[in-house]
Design a protein around this ligand. Structure first.
Ligand SMILES: Cc1cc2nc3c(=O)[nH]c(=O)nc-3n(C[C@H](O)[C@H](O)[C@H](O)COP(=O)(O)OP(=O)(O)OC[C@H]3O[C@@H](n4cnc5c(N)ncnc54)[C@H](O)[C@@H]3O)c2cc1C
Length: 403
């Protein structure tokens, strides 16, 4: 594997446990000389090409009592490992995704990675590192969008003249440029921190790298397609592929909502708060931003006392502010010649999200479930509640050609 001749899959998620990995039901029953693994995993990237599947399952004693999640390195050729057919996806077609069934796979004592019941530490570690590299990849894709937008708009004439000279187009291009500038400074900062001590990168920076990158890229590809008009929608001009590939990043490796809420929850509970504030005020020399964050922290705690049922929404809003504060702190604290436009853009985003917390009203813009259900019943009457049928495609080779 170190020679780059073998691949490994990472199998955490299951059909019933997607954004909440703690809900996995895969089990490794402990025996005298090892384990018996039973699990069903879904959408496992590169599984069909891998010789090793890094798999997570809950330990269970022979009396079925459940213990913590443990990580196993499972060779693909072990009896009982069944790699399912490739799952067809909207994008990311350079890689296969498969379902995997582990059907009473016997694993000797040497197969766990790390300590028993410490599997989530390994999963979190791997995902945090993946989120760092995601930021760099997504930044590259954003830059591609900007490049294509520039090429088209600088050559295209519309009713107002050059499309690039049109201020509406330039505003959309400029937003992508400013968001790319924020991401670039973040990626550079994380990379230089990793050079000295990769274990010392705060989880929040890894999360912002993935969330910021995926959310900004999605805006950039949409802006790119809009700017390119009908040509953007054609298959041959690459933008449709960018759209298909970019969309998944907001979902996998932790959906944006989950990661933003996680950061907000951590902040409200003051977990690692001192280290985070030290990063912003001392290492990045932005004490006024950590001061602002302290106000957000106090405000969130106050809100929680009165709105305990709305914890997730408060944490989500808190996490959004934190995302922008970190992007701004890294940009302002590391750029030798920061662009005032980028600074003012990030400050404006912080103001928008802070206003949402200041004017917190959980029912405003949020229908209750009864209202939503009633509305959907009305739609069912209007458009019919029909099954969506897609024409089946035949993928199996004809019997005449099989060996
Ligand atoms: C192309 C592709 C490749 C993948 N590769 C792998 C892989 O290699 N290994 C692997 O283990 N898994 C892989 N996955 C699985 C992936 O990580 C999960 O799809 C992802 O974690 C989301 O789980 P889910 O699809 O079950 O969504 P659900 O859990 O059903 O969530 C649906 C949506 O609900 C919202 N949501 C969920 N929880 C919350 C919350 N707490 N607060 C607010 N909103 C919330 C989010 O918007 C989320 O997108 C892959 C998925 C895809 C599509």
């Amino acid at each position: 594997m170190a020679q780059g001749r073998q691949l490994a899959g990472f199998a955490l998620f299951e059909p019933g446990a997607g954004s909440n990995p703690m809900a996995i039901t895969g089990k490794a029953v402990v025996t005298d000389d090892g384990y018996f693994l039973n699990a069903e995993k879904m959408w496992i990237g590169s599984a069909g090409w891998s010789s090793l599947i890094i798999t997570f399952a809950k330990l269970a004693d022979s009396n079925s009592s459940e213990r913590g999640i443990t990580c196993f390195a499972v060779p693909r050729n072990k009896p009982g490992v069944h790699i399912g057919k490739e799952l067809l996806t909207m994008g990311m077609r350079g890689m296969v995704q498969n379902r995997i069934n582990f059907d009473v796979v016997k694993l000797e004592k040497r197969y766990p990675i790390g300590e028993e019941e410490k599997g989530m530490d390994i999963a979190n570690d791997a995902m945090m590192l993946a989120r760092i590299t995601a930021g760099a990849t997504l930044l590259g894709a954003m830059e591609k969008c900007i490049q294509l937008m520039y090429r088209y708009s600088s050559r295209r004439e519309v009713a107002t003249g050059s499309l690039l000279k049109n201020p509406v187009t330039r505003q959309s291009l400029s937003s992508s440029m400013m968001e790319a500038a924020l991401m670039e400074s973040l990626v550079n900062y994380i990379a230089s921190t990793a050079d000295t001590d990769i274990r010392n990168i705060p989880a929040e920076l890894c999360v912002v790298s993935k969330v910021g990158g995926s959310e900004f890229l999605w805006k950039a590809v949409d802006a790119d397609m809009q700017c390119a008009g009908g040509r953007g929608y054609l298959q041959n001009n690459y933008i449709s592929q960018l759209i298909r590939d970019a969309r998944v990043v907001r979902i996998f490796e932790g959906p944006s909502e989950v990661l933003i809420t996680y950061m907000g929850t951590k902040h409200i509970r003051a977990v690692d708060k001192d280290q985070l504030y030290e990063l912003i005020s001392v290492r990045l020399r932005q004490p006024e931003l950590s001061g602002e964050l302290e106000n957000v922290y106090q405000k969130s705690r106050e809100l929680l006392k009165r709105n305990i049922e709305d914890t997730s929404l408060i944490a989500f809003r808190n996490g959004n502010i934190l995302t922008w504060v970190l992007l701004l702190a890294v940009y302002a604290g590391t750029m030798s010649n920061p662009d005032p436009e980028v600074i003012s853009y990030a400050k404006q985003q912080i103001r928008i999200f802070t206003a949402q917390l200041d004017n917190f009203n959980p029912t405003s813009g949020n229908y209750d479930i009864d209202t939503i259900s009633k509305y959907v019943r009305k739609i069912n009457d209007d458009i019919g509640n029909l099954e969506i049928l897609t024409p089946d495609e035949e993928y199996d080779m004809d019997d005449y050609f099989k060996k």
